[in-house]
Ligand binder design. Structure first.
Ligand code: HDE
Length: 695
């Protein structure tokens, strides 16, 4: 059993921590607790750096103040470069438990029977820099380091199952195109428009991935509700040297949940750390998010093809309908980091970190990743010894001939630094022990090749799998992005060459929104298969409500303690959180404690609203904004007591099919919970485009 977060913290600071987690035990000697200690210089002598050493109380500061000088010199160098992509991130520790014995498929020790390994997961967004918003529309990184008993296995994936390009040679170009424009230096908060859409116009193979990002999937509520995906095909090797190809996914047990775009941009303004706060608070409250590791297996017949889909092309996916994923294990995140810089910031993931039983395929995107990550860490963390930082160390011994370099922390014993040698250095392991490729042979003419890709089929299939509201959100997202492109040729080319190749109606609707000429109506009815379960849709299906937050509106006269207790009795067993929002914080005349006021919070921080009362001293427009914003964002809204009057004043008619409820506290609590489970949101409150656009 792992220690709870709180007890870990306490034990860590008292220097007494002991657990059954090999990684935590390994980290223990590195923990430094300076609380209550006498200040010293870096050479360990006692000193006080609160006041400069001066020539008199109003005189010059002396160069001889070596102690404060060192303090300043250290401060001047406190920053290391942010990651070139995925700069904005956070993470947590946890465990991965294999759910079976997969030794018939792979020798990987972390996938053997009932094996449990420690993990660290870092979640990130690709484009925004370190000070940006975690809730902006973007691909989210989902990188896992499994500290297994046979070495670190990194699973460095994203929250969406495909990618924009299929040759790593283009990655610097892609990143330049989506980051701030080179001459202007903006936008810094999210993906650029003109340069990005120019790139996307040139590279149609990314149209499926881009549609994923522009769908509701591109604005997840938080990281507890995102999936993870390896994107590439990898290779399992078993003890007999047999190879099986695979793709991996993390499936969140809480289900997928998304924001709506207006809400995401407002959260970005009011709390750009919303996602890390959500994860941190959930773990601190003992609500440990879990993901199942799902694996699709493919026979390795030498073709790298499966049912017509190119397994070497990461811009495409293999739909679940064509290859049902198997559950290989479950991951639980249960411990917040102790130090943000030393852990989530300093962790160094690399797809090249594999253990015996996992190797690679000749996917030209993956192949460049196998060098780029190791290279970037040496630069970002300042030394090739970055793998010896506490968070990066494997829990297995590291014995190699890597020596010296900046900040080498180890004191190696003995003269030998080469192998093989005759004087007792490290002994080379069996050559096939880690990087084994089964029967793969490489034979081809050297050249620079285009990866031939079917650019549009999967994008069309994805588009067809979206319900009308999800389609509308996606259309609006294309309109927002293209509507901000400053070059009309890029806009019209994107609409006519990319969108029109995906779906004529989609192209016409987007064109209408951005004021571009509408492509001619196409009568051709492309028969493209739809794979709804592959294209997992946000906010659909039966969802867990754990850790969702309900805002309960109250005032000094309305919402009794009994009503609040009744709501709480329904929410607590399902771990639904709530906050009481009132005209002022603190104790209300009713005896209810208000955690937030209309000044400190906003409807965007709640998944549902219960109106218990909100009249006294609440400016009418504040209340109207609060409720109508929640209404516009499709959130369940319930009224109890005189809250019903507020609903009708706002012109909102009680209608459970629209997520609008009224009644006693116990009744509405049940209805709110049910609505949060499914459908979660009520997008039908907002209008759809007129069908005449496509007729
Ligand atoms: Fe990355 N990527 N990437 N990437 N990537 C980095 O590594 C790179 C790609 C992903 O939380 C960098 O430490 C190249 C695909 C995640 O620390 C860098 C190519 C996928 C993270 C890098 C790709 C990813 C990174 C930046 C194309 C999904 C954050 C800083 C050949 C499967 C990891 C760093 C963390 C980070 C290079 C494409 C996921 C520069 C060259 C595809 C989750 O090394």
């Amino acid at each position: 059993m792992l220690l709870s977060t709180a007890s870990c913290f306490i034990l860590a600071f008292t220097g007494l921590a002991f657990s059954q987690s090999p990684k935590q035990d390994q980290l223990q000697p590195f923990l430094q607790d300076t609380l209550g200690q006498i200040e010293t210089t870096d050479n360990g002598a006692q000193d006080n750096t609160a006041n400069s050493l001066r020539a008199g109380p109003r005189g010059h500061v002396l160069l001889e103040d070596t102690t404060v000088r060192k303090k300043m010199i250290h401060f001047d160098r406190e920053r290391q470069p942010e990651r070139v992509v995925h700069a904005l991130g956070h993470g947590a520790y946890g465990t991965f438990e294999s759910s079976g014995d997969w030794s018939n498929i792979t020798s990987a020790c972390w996938l053997q029977n009932n094996v449990t390994s420690d993990v660290f997961v870092r979640f990130s967004v690709v484009v925004a820099g370190m000070g940006g918003s975690e809730v902006g529309r973007d691909t989210h990184g989902f990188a896992t380091k499994i500290y297994s008993q046979c070495g670190n296995q990194d699973l460095v994936g994203n929250h969406l199952p495909s990618f924009f390009i299929n040759d790593g040679a283009l990655f610097p170009d892609l990143v330049h195109a989506v980051k701030a424009e080179a001459d202007k230096g903006f936008p810094t908060g999210g993906t650029a428009h003109t340069t990005a859409y120019d790139f996307f116009t040139q590279r149609p193979e990314g149209s499926y991935q881009l549609m994923n990002v522009l769908s509701d999937l591109g604005i997840p509520r938080d990281v507890r509700h995102i999936a993870g995906a390896g994107v590439h095909t990898y290779r399992f090797i078993n003890d007999a040297g047999e190879s099986t190809l695979f793709k991996w996914y993390w499936q969140p047990q809480l289900g997928l949940r998304s924001l709506v775009y207006d809400e995401a941009t407002k959260i970005a303004g009011k709390n750009n750390n919303f996602q890390r706060v959500d994860l941190f608070n959930s773990i601190a409250a003992g609500l440990f998010p879990k993901w199942d590791l799902l694996i699709q297996l493919f026979p390795d017949d030498g073709t790298y093809m499966f049912k017509g889909i190119d397994l070497l092309d990461p811009t495409k996916v293999v739909p679940n309908e064509l290859n049902k994923p198997l559950k290989f294990g479950t991951m639980t995140l249960n411990r917040n980091p102790t130090n943000f810089f030393s852990e989530p910031e300093s962790i160094a993931f690399a797809p090249s970190n594999v253990v015996r039983g996992v190797t690679f395929v000749p996917d030209a995107l993956l192949q460049w990743r196998l060098m780029s990550y190791d290279d970037t860490h040496t630069h970002r963390l300042g030394s090739p010894n970055n793998y010896l930082l506490p968070v990066n160390r494997p829990v297995t011994p590291v014995n190699n001939n890597f020596r010296d370099g900046y900040m080498q922390p180890e004191i190696y014993v003995g003269a030998s630094t080469s192998s093989p040698d005759g004087i007792g250095g490290v002994i080379g392991a069996n050559a096939a022990s880690t990087l084994d490729y089964g029967n793969e042979t490489i034979n081809g003419a050297i050249g620079r090749y285009n990866v031939i890709s079917d650019d549009f089929t999967q994008a069309t299939s994805f588009w067809n799998s979206l319900d009308p509201y999800a389609q509308q959100h996606t259309v609006d997202a294309y309109r927002f992005e293209l509507g901000n492109v400053a070059n009309s040729t890029v806009v019209s080319t994107y609409i006519n060459e990319i969108l029109n190749s995906i779906d004529n109606c989609l192209a016409r609707r987007v064109a209408f929104g951005v004021g571009a000429p509408l492509p001619t109506i196409s009568k051709s009815n492309k028969s493209i298969p739809v794979y709804p379960s592959e294209f997992k849709l946000a906010n659909q299906g039966k969802l867990s409500v754990e850790g969702l937050v309900v805002g309960i509106l109250a005032d000094d006269n309305s919402l009794s303690v009994a009503e609040l207790s009744s709501l709480q009795a329904s929410f607590a067993p399902l771990s639904v959180m709530f906050q009481v929002v009132a005209p002022h914080q603190g104790l209300l005349n009713t005896g209810v404690l208000a955690n937030s006021s209309y000044i400190t919070t906003s409807s965007i921080f709640y998944d549902a609203i219960v109106i218990g009362g909100a009249e006294t001293a609440t400016p009418r427009d504040t209340l109207t904004t609060f409720v109508m914003e929640a209404f516009g964002h499709g959130k369940p809204i319930a009224a109890i007591g005189n809250g019903a009057g507020i609903l009708s004043d706002l012109g909102l008619k009680v209608d459970s099919s629209m997520g609008l409820f009224a009644g006693g506290a116990a009744d509405v609590a049940g209805q709110i919970v049910q609505a949060l489970m499914s459908p979660g949101r009520f997008p039908q409150r907002n209008p759809l485009d007129s069908p005449s656009l496509c007729k």
